[in-house]
Design a protein. Structure first.
Ligand code: NAD
Ligand code: MG
Length: 405
């Protein structure tokens, strides 16, 4: 029997890349959970309406109040057409966190929101006792200690192909048997380029990812390798290791999703064709396996898996993340906030591609940067984050290509 009878699911970010794939998994394996509630930003009212008609959640939250009316009218029309009562609808960030915290033990919350706005819903889900399937890696980057302290053992499962791979490789391995983790990176669309060759890169070029189809922010982050930088931090918190025991290796085929090297010199890997439904289904159904969830590798055909070091000179993001993790406190929240601001500016033509990581480095190096101690809690972190956004924006007022003072 797959799933727990009566298990409910709250899906945060249902209209995104992870969210739509999660609903696809749920359609194919309805026994996994019953959809209780959806939360969305609100930019795609027609898609929300389709999701409501197909999955009939009891609750719907639109985080952006300005978009709530459009979503409500699309959902109302679709509910009438489908002959259903329709969900109870609420709006605003507080309502998202409330929905995230509304379930309990035996239920699941999948947090597939993009950005540090996912932190409060993550904490609310953990406080409720429900399982947290965490795609929103920014929660862990920004509030790592808070999130880890709030999570009971086994309560939080990663939905990120690398971390899902490591979690699977670690089944049956004790923590003291781990030598180091090996996180794989596709290298993104600009693998092999030099800094000079990246100076004039456009958003469209950055969005052409070679192996994965994902949302706009994570795709841009994959091109700058900021995504891998965030994933190093995510791995440190998920698996309780310092950053110097998390190695990154470029593996352009995205087949080996990550590895664990043990103290006896053995390396364990998880491999499958790139398909996020694998990671999503793994986290939702754990410890069960969903038969036929995603295509398996076909070893009757010749294939080549290659591994190469990261060019850290062209892509400095991982080094910045390592330093931020070593420092601790609010440094990781600053790194993430500066990146979120820079990515928005990149799409608006206000900063160049290389300017994204330049900006992160400059904001981190700002002598007036406030430090948040662990004791400062979530409010202290959010204050540091707000400072970082202001500092980033102040540097982003110049012409595109110049994020430096
Ligand atoms: P996306 O941009 O495609 O989707 C984001 C979703 O969140 C949308 O439904 C949007 O409406 C919703 N949303 C935005 N702000 C919200 C808020 N305040 N409250 C509720 N909902 C809100 O993003 P994505 O690519 O699906 O990625 C989601 C998260 O998963 C990110 O943290 C990303 O790093 C992580 N992730 C994604 C992939 C992938 O393959 N896409 C892989 C690994 C990890
Ligand atoms: Mg990943």
């Amino acid at each position: 029997m797959i799933g727990t009878p009566g298990r409910r699911l709250v899906l945060l970010g249902s209209t995104g890349s992870i969210g739509t794939q999660a609903l696809d998994v749920l359609t194919r394996y309805p026994e996994v959970a019953q959809l209780h509630g959806l939360a969305v930003g609100g930019s795609r009212p027609e898609l929300v309406a389709e999701q409501v008609a197909a999955h009939r959640p009891a609750h719907l939250v639109v985080s952006d109040p300005d978009r709530a009316e459009a979503v409500e009218s699309a959902v109302g029309a679709a509910s009438r057409d489908a002959g259903i009562a329709g969900p109870r609808i609420a709006a605003g960030a507080d309502a998202v966190a409330e929905l995230a915290g509304s379930l309990g033990g035996g239920d699941v919350v999948l947090n597939a929101i993009t950005g540090s706005v996912g932190l409060l819903p993550t904490l609310a889900a953990l406080a409720s006792g429900a399982r947290l399937a965490l795609a929103n890696k920014e929660s862990l980057v920004v509030g790592g200690h808070l999130v880890i302290d709030a999570a009971a053992p086994g309560q939080m499962l990663p939905v990120d192909s690398e971390h899902t791979a490591i979690a699977q490789a670690l089944a049956g391995v004790r923590h003291d048997q781990i030598d180091h983790l090996v996180v794989t990176a596709s290298g993104g669309p600009f693998r092999g380029r030099t800094r000079d060759e990246l100076a004039a890169v456009t958003p469209d070029q950055a969005l052409a990812h070679p192996t994965w189809s994902m949302g706009r922010v994570i795709t841009t982050n994959s091109a700058t390798l900021v995504n891998k930088a965030l994933e190093v931090i995510e791995a440190c918190f998920q698996f309780d290791l310092p950053e110097d025991r998390v190695q990154v290796v470029v593996h352009p085929q995205s087949i080996v999703h990550s590895m664990v090297t043990l103290v006896d010199g053995s390396t364990l890997a998880q491999a499958s064709p790139p398909d996020m439904r694998h990671a999503i289904g793994w986290a939702l159904a754990h410890p069960e396996k969903l038969p036929g969830l995603a295509a398996a590798l076909d070893f009757s055909r010749t294939q080549e898996w290659t591994f190469e070091p990261v060019d850290e000179e062209t892509f400095p993001a991982i080094g910045l993340a390592r330093a931020a993790h070593r420092e601790g406190g609010g440094a990781m929240a600053v790194l993430n906030a500066a990146n979120e601001e820079a990515v928005d500016a990149f799409f608006e033509g206000r900063v160049s591609f290389l300017g994204i990581t330049d900006l992160i480095r400059d904001v981190l190096a700002d002598p007036s940067r406030p430090r948040a101690e662990k004791a400062a809690g979530v409010d202290g972190l959010l204050a540091v984050e707000a400072w970082a956004r202001t500092a980033a924006r102040a540097r982003l007022t110049g012409p595109a290509g110049d994020a430096r003072e």
